[in-house]
Unconditional design. Structure first.
Length: 145
């Protein structure tokens, strides 16, 4: 189980998720793998199922990804989930955990830093960068625990 442990809601326009528990399988394995490969993901327009800014190169190898993630479909189940909450655009940044005691240098998905909006909007590169910096700091904090 994954637990929502912090949030900020502007004028209560979206429902609170604080303290709710989500089964790990709510995030399909393919989506977890994509977060490890590509990092951030944005859905600019939920109603029209439009993907926004997402990198096209693997963070791990630097090589171009086989999937063109700018134009791939959004999972219908995920769209339904976002619509049920009133979300119209979304930015998700993975929080990665590196185990210093493990031989493998591969990170594991520790959590997600999510920004939901009540209106469709373009997500700017600088906004993605700021959210990524916050996620990186959270990842550093989890290493000491």
């Amino acid at each position: 189980m994954v637990k929502s442990f912090a949030e900020s809601i502007d004028e209560q326009r979206l429902p609170s998720l604080l303290g709710l528990r989500f089964p790990v399988h709510d995030i399909p394995e393919a989506a977890r793998d994509m977060f490890l490969l590509a990092g951030q993901r944005s859905i600019v327009d939920v109603a029209n199922e439009k993907i926004g800014l997402s990198p096209l190169h693997s963070k791990e190898t630097g090589k171009r990804l086989k999937t063109n993630i700018y134009y791939r479909q959004v999972d219908p189940c995920h769209i339904q989930y976002l619509k049920a909450m009133g979300v119209q655009s979304s930015l998700v940044v993975p929080i990665l955990h590196y185990d210093p005691h493990e031989q493998s240098a591969k990170p594991k998905l520790w959590g997600l830093l999510v920004s939901h909006q009540t209106e469709p909007r373009e997500i700017l590169k600088r906004e993605v960068n700021v959210l990524q910096q916050v996620a990186d700091q959270v990842a550093i904090a989890t290493r000491s625990k």
